[in-house]
Write a protein that binds this ligand. Structure first.
Ligand code: PBG
Length: 332
């Protein structure tokens, strides 16, 4: 870029802001419904839509209701959903065997969405936390979150999701070596077209609080996730992680959380030019919802402004709990 500075009054930058049509002409970025991935929570049972208190408007749904929600999302033009399981203490074990059970609620939901709306791109979550008795994304041995044995389990989990029909595998666990291991296993099992969207730069963030309520992990988690998720003080490390995951076969990469890490989104996009996503996480959503409910901000405008910020920062798309609301605004 070669910015040119004409002296005032030759240059009056307000000229191109004068009317809606002029502003539309010079607008640099656009948000469309095709940019959105909608994360949903699935639980056991039938006919259930149970509100998550810390995420107003977000539900834990039984599989049948997830399928119904997929139809409604498709009607709004949403093309991608991401499935997270809610688990109770009874579903959590030390060996995390539920994680690769073909009939776990997440895998049943993946199948139900594909049956209801075949064109919906369905993304999965690969991490042990929702099946782990201690709430960690990996196995815990003597207080240590172990890497390599966890990766073997993650591979089984990813294969079960691909078998259920997932289009996009979403490893959110931050173990080392998992992308290559999952890619090799997918190829070996004939799932060569199944994509991997790697949670490549995932920070050890306090913004995940409401999500842990939503999936039932809040009470379960012992300690913190700082030995595998990133230090919020680091930026260069994010680039190393993204480079590593791309070199192991990730098709797309993610930065998470979203708004507090827009600098990372921009750096990742500029450095690699790969499909780059941000996750506007539960705490970001909850803050906007809470301030909106109090009348302290205009919720709809803040929602749209926050989503546009991701596009401006170079993201191709964004995972957001606002997806249905944003889709409605975009269709007006
Ligand atoms: C866990 C996982 C988390 C989120 C997605 N997958 C939480 C965590 O790492 O503790 C957070 C999503 C959100 O906060 O919206 N593997």
């Amino acid at each position: 870029m070669h910015p040119v500075h004409a002296p005032f009054p030759a240059m009056r930058l307000r000229r191109t802001r004068a009317t809606p049509s002029i502003r539309a002409l010079v607008r640099e970025n656009a948000l469309s419904v095709g940019d959105l991935i909608w994360p949903v929570f699935v639980r056991s049972g039938e006919g259930i839509e149970e509100p998550v208190p810390s995420m107003p408007g977000v539900m834990r749904r039984s599989v049948d209701k997830v399928a119904e929600a997929a139809r409604a999302a498709a009607d709004l033009g949403i093309g991608a959903m991401c499935v997270f399981p809610y688990t109770g203490l009874a579903d959590r074990t030390e060996d995390c065997a539920g994680a690769w059970g073909p009939e776990n609620p997440a895998n049943r939901a993946i199948r139900a969405i594909k049956a209801a709306v075949p064109q919906m791109a369905v993304m999965s979550d690969v991490a042990l936390d929702t099946y782990n008795i201690n709430g960690h994304d990996g196995f815990v041995e003597d207080g240590i979150i172990v890497n390599d044995r966890t990766v073997e389990a993650l591979v089984k989990m990813a294969l079960a999701q691909a078998n259920a029909g997932a289009d996009i595998i979403g490893p959110s666990d931050m173990m080392d070596g998992r992308i290559g291991a999952i890619r090799t296993a997918l190829e070996g099992a004939g799932h060569s077209d199944v994509m991997i969207l790697s949670y490549a730069a995932k920070y050890a963030s306090a913004f995940y609080g409401p999500f842990r309520d939503a999936v039932g992990a809040s009470g379960a988690l012992t300690g913190d996730k700082k030995t595998y998720q990133m230090d919020p003080a680091n930026g260069d490390e994010a680039l190393r992680l993204v480079a590593r995951d791309l070199s192991e076969g990730a098709d797309m990469v993610m930065v998470k959380p979203g708004l507090p890490y827009l600098d990372i989104c921009r750096r990742v996009k500029d450095a690699f030019g790969a499909p780059t996503f941000a996750y506007q996480v539960s705490g970001e959503y909850a803050m906007i919802k809470a301030a909106g409910a109090n009348g302290w901000i205009d919720e709809e405008r803040v929602m749209m402004e926050s989503l546009m910020a991701f596009k401006r920062a170079g993201c191709d798309g964004v995972l957001t709990y606002f997806a249905p609301d944003a889709a409605k605004v975009l269709s007006m």
